[in-house]
Design a binder for this molecule. Structure first.
Ligand SMILES: CC(C)(COP(=O)(O)OP(=O)(O)OC[C@H]1O[C@@H](n2cnc3c(N)ncnc32)[C@H](O)[C@@H]1OP(=O)(O)O)[C@@H](O)C(=O)NCCC(=O)NCCS
Length: 184
């Protein structure tokens, strides 16, 4: 679907999109966290960030493309599974059990914008798509694990802090992860 005003188009990601998604994630992780984390902390953050192929398989992961250039500008999604955050490799964080709509909070997952396309509303667009899809399945609220770099976006979109936590250690470093939530 294309949003004429923004020059952006979006669709659900497919498995064939995974290499391009990984590229955008890598750039977002390494560049956009620089104002918030030291180089060693950014390296450690890779332990709890990155692609979660289950989201793509579940059909709950969106990608946004810049219409003029055809470039992948951002990605992110939601989940009906319990994993709060983390990529395929984040074994201790994974819990693929299905959540119960009406009882559990759906998840917002793996939000990444290409550094060339920040502050154009891509994060906000993906959040609204995920929230609408979760609501349509009967979820009454959403929760997420926010990196420090993600907090301004989520606050701007109505999410409130639930709990301040730390990701599992990588090279002895534990990066902050803030559990946030919003009623739908
Ligand atoms: C977090 C992230 C996805 C935001 O993406 P984005 O597409 O630039 O966000 P949007 O353009 O939709 O921003 C919407 C609003 O959020 C707030 N916001 C977003 N990024 C911000 C920043 N760096 N500083 C301050 N406010 C910010 C603003 O209120 C913004 O509205 P405005 O531009 O009209 O002021 C992106 O910075 C990113 O990929 N970061 C690195 C990876 C990461 O940490 N992801 C979060 C995992 S939990």
């Amino acid at each position: 679907m294309q949003t004429e005003a923004s020059g952006l188009t979006h669709r659900l990601a497919k498995e064939a999109d995974l290499p391009a998604l990984r590229e955008v994630m890598e750039l977002a992780i390494s560049e956009l966290q620089k104002p918030y984390l030291s180089p060693a902390e950014i390296e450690a953050s890779r332990g709890s960030m990155g692609v979660d192929t289950q989201l793509v398989k579940d059909g709950t992961y969106f990608m946004v493309t810049d219409v003029a250039s055809g470039r992948l500008a951002g990605c992110g999604g939601w989940s009906r599974r319990a994993t709060l955050y983390g990529g395929d490799h984040s074994t201790p964080l994974r819990d693929e059990n299905l959540l119960v709509p009406g009882r559990d909070a759906a998840r917002v997952r793996a939000m990444y914008t290409h550094p060339d396309f920040t502050r154009r509303g891509i994060g906000r667009l993906i959040l609204s798509l995920g929230e609408a899809a979760a609501k349509a399945e009967g979820f009454l609220s959403v929760e997420l694990g926010a990196t420090v770099a993600g907090i301004p976006l989520y606050k701007a979109c109505g999410y409130q802090v639930i709990e301040e936590t730390l990701a599992p250690p990588v090279n002895g470093l534990r990066i902050p992860v803030v559990r946030m939530g919003k009623a739908l």
